[in-house]
Write a protein of this length. Sequence first.
Length: 291
Amino acid sequence: MGEEDKVPANAKPVTPQSSPPPFKLVMAGELEAPTYFNGIIYGEYGTGKTYLAATAEDVPEMQHILYIEADGGNKVIQKEYKNRIVEVPMVRDYSTVARIFEFLTKHCYLRDKGNKEELAKLEAWFRQKSITEPRIFKTVIVDTLNSIQKYCMQKILGINTREWKLDAEPVVPNQREWGKDRDMIDWMVSEFRDLPLNVIFVCGVDKKQDEFNRFHIQPNLPGKLAGEVLGFVDHVGYYIKYIGDDKQLHRRIYFEPTSNYQAKNRWHGWNEISILDPTMKDLYELEKKYG
């Protein structure tokens, strides 16, 4: 049998062409890109998740922030960073999230081209006022992911919350609609993640107790979605606050999973479990060193 007879019938020979190839082969060490943090910070309401995410504005490499307020958690932003962070307030439907993504896609393209004139025009339209110096965004905060998941389901069910009466009976999604919702949120998270930005998803927490009274803690997303989104981001931090032995209030974020809670990190060579009283500067420094 000749060598040519061993080639599968459906494998067409690939020969060099004058046109560009459909993909490019490179050594892993040749791939250089700016350092960006992407991840999910989840925990109880009132823990300080939004504030932790907002401290990205204090990191020069992460300035400036576009904050997507989808859950009514913007008071800390308005109080602590009112003159520094740009906000998209009162996002209450999934279509608006899609339009924000399109804005960020175009912004990043113009930003990386250094086209300040077009950046100013783009921002002026969304601000509805003229500007001379555009804001350059390096970070987007999505607060909260679980609220956006609910808006996505409302879109699938055809619910317009602005017209929905308080005494109207809820519409119960079927299995097919849950599948659509899961696919759309998976796609949304992966698309935001792939933006040339630092992307921080804030999310509530879901606690379930098993028959042995053990708690299992994960992001507050329905069904398989809670586990799936962990695969789309580099880091997932479970955030808590507590009174320490020094009688002071502390916060801690866990990036190593246990049998009780879900967490994740891609910091190769980082051997810790958690970070005490973290800021985004701490997380960004880990990203630069171990990412």
